[in-house]
Write a protein that binds this ligand. Structure first.
Ligand SMILES: Nc1nc2c(ncn2[C@@H]2O[C@H](COP(=O)(O)OP(=O)(O)OP(=O)(O)O)[C@@H](O)[C@H]2O)c(=O)[nH]1
Ligand SMILES: [Mg+2]
Length: 346
């Protein structure tokens, strides 16, 4: 048995979260065309008979202009420092032309991965590279940046080349027992994903500064035998953004709620009643107290650490997560059930 952690590292928007979802065959990490979509370290667990790969999706490394951005970079740096295997991802597409040179930012990010950590170079978005003959010189230029264990061109969107990366990772993982129960899909609780699904719908429907100023907290998560009631608050950075999120006659909020609820029902496995409130929390992303309230703390937002020893039969009861999203001044909410594979849940 081989098992270990695999950090997905790279600039924002290169397709790390899309790649994680393609590896797992389940959409757990939210994606959007906006840079800085991912704000937390999110584990995606891929288990089979002889290996367990614990992927860590991370926020894209960028020049931070506020505390949230600094924390996002810290999350990515620690994943780079701690992982067993690193996947360094950069993107292809129109950037790859006759005069292609590696991005200096990519060079800097590669410098955050310890020299001893086996690293796979993944060039994503090759579906957008034309003509294909430009790929080889670009891969050659990128390969010179470090000693890579493997170099794999992929299209995460079309799930091309993804299996090959998984195979390469497996060969590099240390021998050892599984770090999580095999039916578990992530280290994050279901409530985290519900908040993320709401944020994803907003990211996909808003532009410019609005999406970057949105955070979603879960205020109530009441599980019933047939139906759950979930109440969330969408925090916006400016009073004027509230109207944008609500939309004409509430149309935007309705669309966000309907789409997020449908996805959340698939995750939870039964019907959900989803209530969404919108609140202006000016410059929450630069306020340490507000950041902590919203779950952006140093403990990777309530994630569970992988176990070090062989798996036990009985699970311990969950302890409250200091970083779980919660309303201001309220007691910490219980961490909630870890997200599981649909097969395991039914
Ligand atoms: N054409 C094409 N687009 C892709 C591919 N992979 C991802 N994308 C698109 O690239 C955009 C960014 O994808 P994400 O997966 O959110 O990127 P990310 O690296 O996780 O971004 P951050 O979370 O901001 O760091 C989305 O619009 C994806 O649909 C690919 O293989 N081909
Ligand atoms: Mg992402």
């Amino acid at each position: 048995m081989r098992a270990g952690t695999v950090a997905l590292l790279g600039r924002p928007n290169v397709g790390k979260s899309t790649f994680l979802n393609a590896c797992l065959g389940e959409r757990i990490a939210i994606t959007s065309h906006h840079p800085q979509t991912t704000r937390d370290r999110i584990a995606g667990i891929l288990s089979d008979d002889d290996a367990q790969l614990v992927f860590y999706d991370t926020p894209g490394f960028h020049r931070a202009s506020h505390r949230l951005g600094e924390r996002m970079n810290d999350v990515a740096s620690s994943a780079a420092a701690e992982c067993d295997v690193a996947i360094f991802m950069t993107d292809g597409g129109p950037r790859i032309d006759e005069a292609f040179k590696p991005d200096p930012e990519d060079v800097r990010i590669l410098g955050t991965i310890p020299p001893k950590t086996p690293t796979i170079l993944v060039l994503n978005k090759i579906d957008r590279v034309t003509p294909r003959s430009l790929l080889l010189p670009a891969l050659t230029a990128l390969s010179a940046l470090r000693e890579f264990a493997a170099v794999v061109p992929v299209s995460a969107l079309k799930a091309n080349g993804v299996d090959r990366v998984v195979k390469e990772v497996k060969a590099l993982l240390p021998e050892g027992d599984a770090l999580f129960d095999t039916e578990e899909l992530s280290d994050k609780p279901v409530r985290f994903f519900v908040a993320e699904l709401v944020r994803e719908q907003i990211l996909r429907r808003t532009r410019q500064e609005v999406p970057h100023g949105v955070a979603v907290s879960v205020d109530a998560f009441e599980t019933g035998p047939k139906r759950s009631r979930i109440a969330v608050t969408v925090h916006v950075a400016k009073e004027s953004h509230k109207g944008i999120i609500i939309g004409d006659g509430g149309a935007m909020l309705k669309a966000v709620g309907t789409h997020a609820r449908k996805r959340a029902e698939t995750l939870v496995g039964h019907p959900i009643h989803l209530e969404i409130f919108v609140r202006a929390s000016p410059r929450w992303f630069d306020d340490p107290e507000r950041l902590a309230d919203l779950g952006y703390t140093d403990d990777a937002a309530g994630a569970r650490a992988p176990r070090k020893k062989a798996k036990k039969k009985k699970k311990k009861p969950h302890t409250p997560a200091p970083g779980a999203p919660r309303p201001r001044d309220a007691k910490p909410a219980p961490r909630g059930e870890p997200a599981k594979r649909a097969k395991a849940r039914s």
